[in-house]
Design a protein around this ligand. Structure first.
Ligand SMILES: [Zn+2]
Length: 173
């Protein structure tokens, strides 16, 4: 059973000055949603390992969908597992990632998500958080990512496999 107490503290951790391990355990959230996208291709590599290390369940939400939900201590894939699998599926995926990491795109390129899709994903994410925290239903994002296709009003649940070599949740050292 997870705590449902309201917590209004904002936890800010300077990447250079401290780590989540230094935050008092009672101040850690019951759940984290990763929706930040700046700095591009880096923020997930900072936040996901930290949350998993201190035992905070974390779910990604972005323009590619909702999930996966990583639950520390359980056999669940995280967003970096999903990321690695998707990069590996691309021809020259690693080169493409290096290119995108190094190229400076105009700010408008980072804001291309269509607002109606954002609203759908926000609702799906909120429902997932409610399912997890209350236990009223199993979350749909465990080892999966929910993708909406508003052009034909459809939803898809795409499986995500846990990567044993994942830098955030991997079990191999
Ligand atoms: Zn992972």
């Amino acid at each position: 059973m997870h705590s449902t107490e309201h917590k209004d503290e904002v936890i800010a951790v300077d990447a250079d000055e401290g780590t989540l391990e230094e935050v008092s355990p009672e101040l850690l959230p019951d759940f984290a949603v990763l929706s930040a996208d700046t700095p591009r291709l880096q923020v997930a590599h900072w936040v996901l390992p930290a949350a998993i290390r201190v035992g905070v369940p974390i779910m990604r939400v972005n323009a590619q969908g909702v999930g996966p939900l990583a639950i520390p201590g359980e056999d669940t894939a995280c967003a970096l597992c999903d990321w690695r699998e998707r990069v590996d599926a691309l021809p020259d995926g690693d080169r493409l990632v290096d290119y995108r990491r190094n190229v400076q795109l105009p700010r408008t390129v980072n804001s291309a998500t269509i607002s109606t899709e954002v609203a759908v994903y926000a609702s799906l994410a909120a429902q997932e958080v409610i399912h997890f925290l209350t236990g009223m239903a199993p979350p749909n994002t465990i080892n999966a990512r929910l993708v909406a296709r508003l052009v034909n009003a459809s939803f898809e649940r795409r499986p995500v496999r846990r990567d044993p070599d994942c830098p955030a949740c991997g079990t191999r050292s």
